[in-house]
Design a protein around this ligand. Sequence first.
Ligand code: NAD
Length: 295
Amino acid sequence: MATIAFIGLGNMGSGMARNLLKAGHQVNAFDLNAQAVAALEVDGVVAAESAAHAVKGADAVVTMLPAGQHVKTVYLEPDGVLAHCRPEAILMDCSTIDVDSAREVIAAAAQKNILMVDAPVSGGVAAAAAGSLTFMVGGTAEAFDAARPYLDVMGANIIHAGDAGAGQAAKICNNMMLAIQMISVAEGFVLAEKLGLDAQKLFDISSKASGQCWSLTSYCPVPGPVPTSPANNDYKPGFAAAMMLKDLRLSQSAAKNSGAQTPLGALAEQLYSQYTEAGNANTDFSGIINMLRKG
Ligand code: NAD
């Protein structure tokens, strides 16, 4: 069994770390929030006093942090991961961050001959807890092979997307599609309401017709048709609107820098910005239907 340093034990990281423990690994954990680590000590994590302390002697390092600046701090600062990990360790950043930061950190690791992948995830807190995440992995084939046994413990689908940063590119493209599709499904239900068409009937028809998509059949934004969707739980996340807005901002920044035309992605960013500014940052992203309904 391996010794794994886990940094960032928030909503996602805590479930992922528990699965590594369950698989029999030793997990040395660090989070700026000491309570987040303490909550996992009962499960068997070993609390570390710093990132540097956590990675000393570890075979693998997993990070699950909010954004690019946190990842750069944790890896690149003098008291960070790269300065203190073993050269043989495999480094996996599973946070959703911008492609440029991911490439910068992986290049810094490569300069020290340390293998690293960007491995953002799809699936929410429930999938993190169940070990059924999808990992989109960027990095060399050698780094992917070294990361795979650890990712297998935390996920159900592990896909090598390409070179460094390709995992993040896949993640932001996927979530831009998801946001646009969620808005499209929500608009369909709002129009159906105005036309006097029953929501369940629209679901029964569109889930078998060409309007079918994950936002409709797995995450329906109206209560009823899909019992597990957050619409049945007062739009509690699930996947918070603030997180969706963060991913849309990453996609729009990438679109601008690369010259890609993404007009619906830009509109989705505006709508989610409006939705979160109206006090809904911590509600599920499918709750945008309530804003669209009001007009
Ligand atoms: P979170 O805010 O619950 O957890 C992040 C943790 O990182 C916090 O506990 C925080 O204290 C810690 N942290 C921040 N800076 C640190 C530092 N310098 N050193 C050590 N610890 C530090 O966030 P989350 O929901 O777990 O999301 C983590 C990442 O996963 C994000 O990039 C998010 O976009 C992505 N993601 C989240 C979901 C979801 O449904 N929540 C789904 C897919 C992807």
